[in-house]
Ligand binder design. Structure first.
Ligand SMILES: [Ca+2]
Ligand SMILES: [Ca+2]
Ligand SMILES: [Ca+2]
Length: 250
């Protein structure tokens, strides 16, 4: 696997806003569903249901202290914290017995090497813990942080992360929020020849790469060293033409 190509694909997928095919990086901002539609979330738990399978099409599932419970998608209109992205976040009750009670568990259909999420104590400096588990339920990594505003927790493991749990270690609080889940699959995608990121792989991508190698502008931010040999030159043009024609990644 060529690392340069993986990075290109990863960047392309991040730009895609989470509308990613299986095998690509998954980004969930809780504002857009897998169909590409804006999610209309209520402002309070009273009008919400626990989030379970809204993002199942992306291979990601949510549950709370038990399978019937879990955090809910809410909008930030009545909160003293704004969403990290858009207006929606995942709001979790720290009271385990309630419908929206955590700890929150997020499971993945495919093994991940890295998972991160933004956490906020809604103005209260709270201690958060994120734990990662493999397919056998063995903990493979964990992260803790104390934050009042938004801070990112990250877990990583080459053992294949199949689930993560999110919990609050500080007592005496009721609700916390999470936003912008990012999960990197174990098998990175093959190289992405759509270097101009217009959704199709064609001559336009060859033209784009040629222009970048010649010193032209690079609005998509690709690494012009498409074949990963350390230099950006005609060899990269040959490589992308080969891939576009159905050849394998360099
Ligand atoms: Ca959001
Ligand atoms: Ca293209
Ligand atoms: Ca090269």
């Amino acid at each position: 696997m060529n690392s340069t190509c993986s990075i290109v694909s990863l960047a392309a997928c991040l730009v895609c806003g989470g509308v990613c095919a299986a095998g690509n990086v998954v980004t969930i901002n809780f504002d857009v569903n897998p169909a590409g539609q804006a999610i209309s979330a209520p402002a309070a738990f009273d009008n919400a249901s626990p989030l379970h399978n809204t993002f199942a099409a992306w291979g990601v599932h949510f549950s709370g202290a038990n399978s019937n419970q879990g955090g809910a998608l809410l909008n930030d209109s009545t909160f003293s914290v704004r969403a990290f992205s858009g207006h929606n976040f995942l709001a979790l009750s720290t009271v385990e017995s309630t419908e929206f009670g955590g700890p929150e568990t997020i499971t993945f259909d495919v093994p991940m090497t890295q998972v991160s999420i933004e956490a906020s104590g809604i103005g209260h400096p709270l201690a958060f813990q994120m734990q990662a588990f493999d397919a056998s339920g063995v903990m493979v990594d964990s992260d803790t942080l104390t934050t009042a505003g938004w801070s990112q927790m990250t877990v990583a493991s080459n053992a294949g992360i199949r689930s993560v749990t999110l919990r609050v270690l500080t007592s005496g609080v009721n609700t916390v929020t999470f936003d912008d889940l990012l999960a990197v699959p174990e098998m990175p995608p093959s190289c992405d020849a759509d270097v101009n990121q217009d959704g199709v792989v064609d001559q336009g991508d060859v033209d784009y790469l040629v222009n970048v190698i010649a010193g032209g502008e690079n609005p998509t931010g690709i690494d012009a060293d498409f074949n990963g040999d350390g230099v950006a030159d005609q060899g990269d043009v040959d490589a992308i033409i080969d891939v576009i024609a159905g050849g394998s990644c360099p």
